[in-house]
Design a protein around this ligand. Structure first.
Ligand code: 7RM
Length: 625
């Protein structure tokens, strides 16, 4: 802890010296940089006159530094197939695929959309693009053809990399069909490169569509090497689309050196990464967590990275724990949603596996409620493994607030303290700094290397969205509180904070209380306009298996919350439902629920919604009332 304090102080007092020293020592450069930071808010340039290559940093340098035979990717397919790829094999596979792309005429600055299942060819495709300076944009394989099309158009991509399909709960997700549908309206795409995964029947359009393996075969042996391009530090590495408050998704742009440094250092610090760790992040590469903590961070750090193709409950609810046991996973990083889903199935699933290899547990994506935290700590970590609750965003590129395992004393539900070089603050609506224990907006005062550089094609929206609320500071859109120990408690999105009778109330607080009740599986809470109190609490609740008298339970739950938080927090209304509307990454879409309780119409972007039927049945329920 003392070491952390020292480092934090140093980074706060001399940020440029702190980051430039790390960048020099931890990254491999073709040409060294002299300028550390040019900051003209909101435009940041880090290490701008240096040259490097992200793929070289993630792959080649480890082969050259004695990790040639170390496993880089340890892959588990959903059907039970498996592959281990060493760093030297990865260099060859990435170089060959980079040569395929290059031979087709794609070059630095071009844009490629990647739409693939969780197979090794997915990180290989990202790294091959990075090797050539081709800007990639991964679209999560669960997105529809329509969502795919919007992204291809916004990015003006000329190349699509996909697969015939992937496996999910024993069924094929037919990716190539979706690409075909999307491309009917995208004349600028010249080629589709298709990896064969499922072997099912698909259409191949002559001249446009090419099989990955056939293109590779044509290369011959000289295809094994491909010199990495020497790129500027600020060369765009990727664009990742994320939904904002409007209907149109935002293309978050990350560049090369700063992003790589931020993700690599945070991987080492937050997970206490050691040479022989077996590291597993269960996210999909289609989300920022997968980009930063499956691909770029851990590979830049030379780690052995586990990757799993399928669903956590296939063929049974113990799939995660079976993989932990089989591969002797030491670091395990997942989401509260996944944890809650598994809690619901009972302890017998983890209890039937040897989880003694685990050393550090991580959580990401939303605040982790105390009940889930306790279960994760006790049943998975056997009270031996620290839980790192990591707060960050697509826009921040890497982890910003998190405990350091073994050093930071934990408080369940708090992401604890900022990493070195991160300067958060809690402010009111006017941008004034608030005292401890006051809820306010979470902002970041100082620029950091892995920060978002712009919104693709929309610098104006970038400025308005993130930099105009508190001039010169980054606005996260989250509400948070800092306690008397300096610990941060992130309460959720600002638009998820309710105000009931003048009391600030987090939707999460009420949800957390509701899921404490033995009958409740999941809960989502939104504020509903109310004549007297301003807003009233409205809760959507799913129940655990069993027979429930919902009338009586409704009363009981209201009192339950009243007792746990206070009478003002009691939900005025409780709606029981079979499922909650969620994004494909598992976040509850409160915005949609809010629209259901305020009006009848649902507008805006719903392309990230997991199951549209959930939405339809929730609105109908209201229509009937
Ligand atoms: C990594 C990721 C970002 C939003 C963010 C928060 C919420 C994420 C935590 C969290 C509380 C956490 N990127 N969030 N992590 N809230 N504690 N540890 O999820 O761009 O998809 O979402 O997620 O609201 O603003 S994201």
């Amino acid at each position: 802890m003392e070491q952390y304090r020292e480092m934090y102080e140093r980074a706060a007092n001399e940020p440029e010296a702190f980051w430039s020293e790390l960048a020099r020592n931890e990254l491999s450069w073709f040409e060294p940089f002299r300028k550390t930071l040019e900051w003209n808010p909101p435009v940041a340039k880090w290490f701008s006159d240096g040259k490097l290559n992200a793929c070289y940093n993630c792959v080649d340098r480890h082969v050259e530094d004695g990790r040639a035979d170390k496993p880089a990717l340890i892959w588990e397919g959903e059907p039970g197939d498996a592959r281990v790829i060493t760093y030297s094999e990865l260099r060859k596979l990435v170089s060959r695929f980079a040569n395929v792309i290059k031979a087709l005429g794609y070059k630095r600055g071009d844009r490629a959309i990647i739409y693939m299942p969780m197979v090794p060819e997915l990180p290989i495709a990202l790294l091959a693009c990075a090797r050539l300076g081709v800007i990639h944009s991964v679209v999560f394989g669960g997105f529809s053809a329509e969502a795919l099309k919007t992204r291809i158009e916004d990015l003006d991509a000329t190349l699509v990399i996909t697969a015939d399909g992937g496996w999910r709960r024993g069924k094929e997700v037919r990716l190539k069909d979706a690409v075909d549908a999307a491309l009917r309206d995208c004349p600028n795409v010249r080629n589709v490169i298709v990896h064969r995964r499922t072997g099912s029947q698909i259409e191949m359009q002559n001249g446009r569509d090419l099989w990955w393996h056939e293109q590779e075969q044509q290369l011959g042996a000289q295809g094994d090497t491909c010199p990495p391009e020497q790129l500027d530090s600020e060369h765009p590495l990727f664009v990742l689309y994320t939904s904002g408050t409007t209907g149109k998704p935002k293309g978050i742009l990350h560049t090369t050196a700063g992003y790589l440094l931020g993700t690599m250092m945070s991987t080492k610090w937050v997970f206490d990464l050691q040479e022989n760790d077996v590291y597993w992040c269960t996210a999909d590469v289609g989300w920022i967590t997968g980009h930063s903590y499956i691909v770029y961070g851990p590979l830049a750090a030379g780690a052995s990275v586990v990757m799993y193709e399928g669903a956590p409950d296939y063929p049974a609810f113990d799939r995660f724990w079976a993989i932990v046991e089989k591969l002797k996973v030491t670091i395990f990083y997942t989401s509260p949603t996944a944890i809650r889903a598994l809690v619901r199935q009972g302890d017998k699933w983890p209890d039937s596996h040897d989880l003694s290899s685990l050393r550090v547990l991580g959580s990401v994506g939303e605040p982790i409620n105390p009940a889930a935290w306790e279960w994760y700590y006790r049943v998975i970590g056997k009270e031996r493994c620290p839980i790192v609750d990591t707060w960050w965003q697509t826009e921040t590129g890497g982890i910003m607030i998190s405990p350091l395992p073994g050093a930071t004393p934990l408080k369940p539900g708090s992401a604890t303290l900022p990493l070195p070089g991160v300067v958060p603050e809690i402010v009111d609506t006017k941008g004034n700094t608030l005292r401890d224990n006051r809820e306010g907006y979470l902002i970041i005062r100082k620029p950091w290397p892995s920060m978002v550089r712009t919104i693709w094609g929309d610098p104006k929206r970038f400025e308005e969205q993130y930099w105009s609320k508190v001039p010169g500071a980054y606005f996260t859109g989250d509400a948070a509180r800092r306690d008397e120990d300096g610990y941060y408690w992130v309460l959720g999105r600002v638009d998820d904070v309710m105000n009931v009778s003048g009391h600030r109330l987090s939707t999460m607080e009420v949800e957390s209380s509701l899921v404490h009740h033995p009958a409740v599986a999941e809960a989502a809470v939104v504020g509903k306009p109310h004549e007297i109190t301003g807003q009233a609490v409205c809760a959507f609740v799913t129940l655990k298996k069993g027979e429930w008298d919902t009338g009586a339970l409704s009363q009981e739950l209201r009192q339950w919350v009243g007792k746990e938080i206070g009478a003002f927090a009691r939900p005025e209304e409780i709606r029981f439902t079979d499922a909650l509307p969620k994004t494909r990454s598992g976040k509850i879409m409160r915005r949609l629920l809010r629209e259901i309780v305020t009006s009848h119409a649902v507008t805006g972007d719903v392309t990230t919604l997991e199951d549209m039927n959930v939405l339809a049945s929730l609105s109908t329920q209201q229509d009937e009332e």
